[in-house]
Each structure stands twice: as C-alpha cells, then as structure tokens.
Write a protein that binds this ligand. Sequence first.
Ligand code: PLP
Length: 242
Amino acid sequence: MTAGGAAPRERTAELAEALAAVRARIAAACAAAGRDEREITLIAVTKTFPASDVRLLAGLGLTEVGENRDQEARPKAAECADLPLTWHFVGRLQTNKARAVAGYADVVHSVDRSRLVSALSDAAVRGGRTLRCLVQVSLDEEEAAQGRGGAAPDAVPGLADEIAGAPGLRLGGVMAVAPLGADPVPAFTRLARIATEIRRNHPDARIVSAGMSGDLEQAIACGATHLRVGTALLGGRRAIVR
Ligand SMILES: *Cc1c(COP(=O)(O)O)cnc(C)c1O
C-alpha cells in the first residue's frame, strides 16, 4: 500500500477496501463468539498518516480516530476540527502533556498512574471539558519493567476509583496491549476479568479496549468493546507522513 503519495481517489479506494476487510473480520469474529457487532467500536489508529487520511476515513463513515503522540495528534485534530470525530489518545502520556491532550482528546486510553489522573483532571477542569479515561493495564511484568506503560493489575481498582472521583474525568473502563510475541488470549482473558471486577463498583465503565490489527479476533472472543486498528486499515507505517 502507498500511504501519503497516492492520489485522493486511489487512496479512498484503498482505504475503503481495507475498511471493508476489517469490518468483515469483525463480523466473522462476532459471529464466532456469538456477539452482536454493535457492541464493537472500531478506532482507526492514524499515527504516522496524514490528516488527509483521517478526512477520507471520515468520508467512509468512520467516526473514531486514535493517535499515540501529542506532537502529531494535536495539529491533526486541529486540521480535522470540522469533522464529527471522537479522538482517542492511546499512547504513553507524560503529565506535562496532559493539558495539551485534554484540549482535543475525548478518550484517554493510557491512564496508568495517580499523577496522570490529577494532571488530566486539572487540565479537563481548566479547559471546561470532560475526558473519558481508561486504566491501561500492564499484562506483562517485562513490559512494566521496561516502562512501556500500564498499571500493575493490583493497582487498577484504586486508579479506577481515583478517576471516577476526579472532577472533569469519567471512568470509561480498561485498556491493554497484548504482550509482544505471545498468545494474546491469556492476556485478554485476564483483562476481561479485571474489567468485570471494576464494573462491580463502576457499572458504567463498560469499555474494554483491546485488539489491534493482528489480534482483533482474539480480543473480540475475550469481550473487547473497542478495537484500535492501524496497519490493517491504513497500511504499513514505514514513512513518517505529516
Ligand atoms: C499503533 C497502536 C495500535 C495499532 O496497531 P496496529 O498493529 O497497527 O493495528 C493500537 N494500539 C496502540 C496503543 C498503538 O500504539
């Protein structure tokens, strides 16, 4: 696939085909799991792809967009401000970027520590916005050790309570990335159990953000409600395009 260079009409056709293929995978996975497709929200992770792709995807009916770096997301969201989109911030977030991210993001998937809860809460209140926040769960000790993000499972209920009690924030649920190179099913199963536990105190926190291009079927089988799909929709991320 060509990313930035294709003529708009060609690129639209490419994206439409990829979107149809991803939707077919979702439909098949839902059928296999006995789930209703309407339970699934597809987020297009558009990192490294230009705002023009976001615009084309919006034209194809996509409403959810995900980004992982503030530097890139902020101008892209500004360029697309006229579109009816929901912006999901899915990457590692430094507290000093909380204010900027709270300016355009609707959902933050990567809340993994108390300091970030307070920074996002302050930012949301100052900006007069409400941010839906997910607790990112680390399902891999190695991952936590390498600082790739995510709270240890036993810290998740406490963080969920903090978010639920923070002005300007609303607890949406949980998020995880499956450990690299391993079977994702045990990780997604564990995430589902944690999500169920959180819902005992927070019945509205129904979002389970799991599943990417390579493991969306397993995520759906394990109860995911939100899929974060980049490569399968937009193509390979070789070129950095802005
Ligand atoms: C990039 C990214 C994705 C999308 O990954 P693909 O494998 O390209 O679908 C999903 N979640 C997060 C947190 C990401 O950074």
